[in-house]
Design a protein around this ligand. Structure first.
Ligand code: GLU
Length: 274
């Protein structure tokens, strides 16, 4: 073989080898992309099930309230659930709602009965040890409901009185701190549900029903009044199970996108919460 031809052949072989090497690199570099596109297990479970499950309130007007006439549960937090279902399942109607009270919210998440809790759930340092919370989407204050006939006008008028609160709620701590600040003594009775606290107020077992103002509005009637004071601002967040890290991120990102785009403001206006 002539030296010239030999050089051409060697160059060709080297070029071929280099091309094979490049193709190999290309092949391995597509690997991580494929892994990145894989749907995380916690989101996949929802997609496979085809329904997004949420724990919500059914007795809090404007947040989560079951209309006794239609049987439909509606409110600001329900619209947030729908927005999340739209994001995950591309259909806001693919939702399953479970009614909660303060003490059932955690267990529903623990047992995997719901994917998310959007139920006037106050973000606290203690609860953050057990659940993931989104950034806050609303802030409410703790308030006091009394019988109109009692003539009470503020916390100071409840010195020596019994306050009814729900188990596992933040209300007791909030009012205890406010009472300490005002230098008055109050005592507490705890109940499982808000309906029970209201019944205790009606029957005179307690002198006051205390919880977030929004919740009290669901129980207001002709014989009762909600006093003007507000205590301990309560920041509401969407809670997810600690192990569901991808879902937690998706929930938080979606709610934050809705804040940025003004969608949250629109919903707050829709429900008269602005
Ligand atoms: N928001 C308060 C809490 O999370 C009051 C209780 C309730 O939301 O039911 O403890």
């Amino acid at each position: 073989m002539k030296p010239m031809k030999k050089t051409v052949l060697i160059s060709f072989v080297m070029l071929l080898a280099f091309s094979i090497f490049l193709a190999g690199c290309g092949g391995s570099s597509t690997q991580p992309t494929a892994a990145k596109d894989e749907i995380p297990a916690d989101i996949k479970a929802i997609k496979d099930r085809g329904v997004f499950k949420a724990g919500v309130k059914v007795d809090v007007p404007k947040f989560g309230y079951k209309d006794p006439k239609t049987g439909n549960v509606e409110g600001f937090e329900i619209d947030l659930v729908k927005a999340l279902a739209k994001k995950i399942l591309d259909d806001e109607n693919k939702i399953e709602l479970t009614g909660t009270v303060a003490k059932t919210r955690g267990p529903l998440l623990d047992n995997g009965d719901v994917d998310v809790v959007l139920a006037t759930f106050t973000i606290t340092e203690e609860r953050k040890n057990s659940y993931n919370f989104s950034d806050p989407y609303y802030t409410d204050g703790v308030a006091l409901m009394v019988k109109k006939a009692s003539g009470a006008q503020g916390l100071k008028d409840l010195a020596g009185k019994k306050i009814g609160v729900a188990q596992s709620s933040t209300s007791r701590k909030a009012i205890q701190e406010a009472a300490d600040q005002q230098g008055i003594k109050v005592s507490f009775l705890e109940f499982g549900t808000y309906a029970e606290v209201k019944a205790a107020l009606d029957s005179g077992r307690v002198d006051c029903f205390s919880v977030d103002a929004a919740i009290l509005f669901g129980y207001l009637d002709d014989s009762t009044i909600i006093l003007g004071e507000r205590f301990a601002p309560q920041e509401y967040g969407a809670a997810t199970k600690k192990s569901n890290t991808a879902l937690t991120k998706l929930v938080n990102d979606t709610l934050n996108d809705m804040k940025q785009s003004g969608e949250i403001d629109k919903l707050l206006a829709k429900w008269g919460l602005k």
